[in-house]
Design a protein. Structure first.
Lengths: 175, 175
């Protein structure tokens, strides 16, 4: 059994021509889910990290489990308007139009070393916006972790160009 | 240090007169977060449970960590239109209008014993809709777990009336 083999592909979702990589089949499998979290935990247990930041909503799933196994706090980055305290926001480009994510201003200490977590790396737009948020409030992104990389969409190259280290558990080419 | 003392209250959010109980201050505290997850894990480690189901989005945070500690799979219940596979849906009442949550039809086995998880119990509307979804696809809700109960809003009474067992780590009266 491998992490990759448990990820289901749903053709033509959310629109024709897109091969959607669905991690819910991995998460719902107890052995697969444990493989996924243990692999991430083993990678990061020797890193100097202060806090885990997860991006809404699927990034919460891995991020929260990793925060527990690594004995760190968990901080959510959410869609605009979902966090009740004082926030910083960051707009980013979508295929059509823009979106905004937010983070509580007091969520991390200045100088905090952050592991940023999301399920999937496609264009890299959300990950770069999340990194910008973390930096706006004085954090430092040590690395970004994803379950899935879609290298043909170009996000990994953008992260490299931005000087960010990243780790992806699996890779689907041809997307 | 207690779980309750780490939950921040934000007055007049999302609208005047509401005392918003903000669990992000609990989650971002490494000791508090561990207290929260360990308490839930200790409660459920002797329960006969097959799978953890978490409600989007904050229910993913506790649910995913508990799935890991309890060695179960994790299944997300999401807002309408967010799950890529075949889903069942359930509408429920909001203060004004309605909302719909969805779950993958093949997310759990028939007869599966489910622990349902969300961060906060207020009216109970979302929790009851989530339970209905689980039952539509043949699951059985063993118990529902929340970090916060707001008993004055009446959700806990509705769960009791529906015959559901539930557990809340903390309680804020006067809401």
């Amino acid at each position: 059994m491998s992490i990759q083999s448990l990820i289901r592909t749903i053709p033509d979702y959310p629109k024709p021509g897109i091969m959607f990589r669905d991690i819910t089949t991995l998460l719902q499998d107890p052995v697969g889910y444990r493989l996924c979290i243990d692999d991430l935990t083993q990678r990061y247990m020797t890193y100097d990290i202060d806090v885990i930041v997860g991006i809404e909503a699927r990034g919460f799933i891995m991020g929260a489990a990793m925060a527990y196994t690594l004995n760190k706090g968990f901080v959510p980055i959410r869609k605009k308007g979902k966090l009740p305290g004082d926030v910083v926001g960051q707009e980013y480009q979508l295929e059509y139009g823009t979106d905004t994510i937010e983070m509580h201003k007091d969520a991390i200490e200045k100088g905090a070393k952050v592991l940023l977590v999301d399920d999937l790396l496609a264009t890299g737009g959300t990950a770069l916006a999340a990194a910008a948020l973390i930096e706006k409030i004085g954090g430092k992104v040590v690395e970004m972790a994803f379950i899935v990389d879609l290298p043909d969409i170009g996000g990994s190259k953008k992260l490299e160009a931005g000087g960010y280290a990243y780790y992806c558990q699996t890779e689907f080419e041809g997307d």
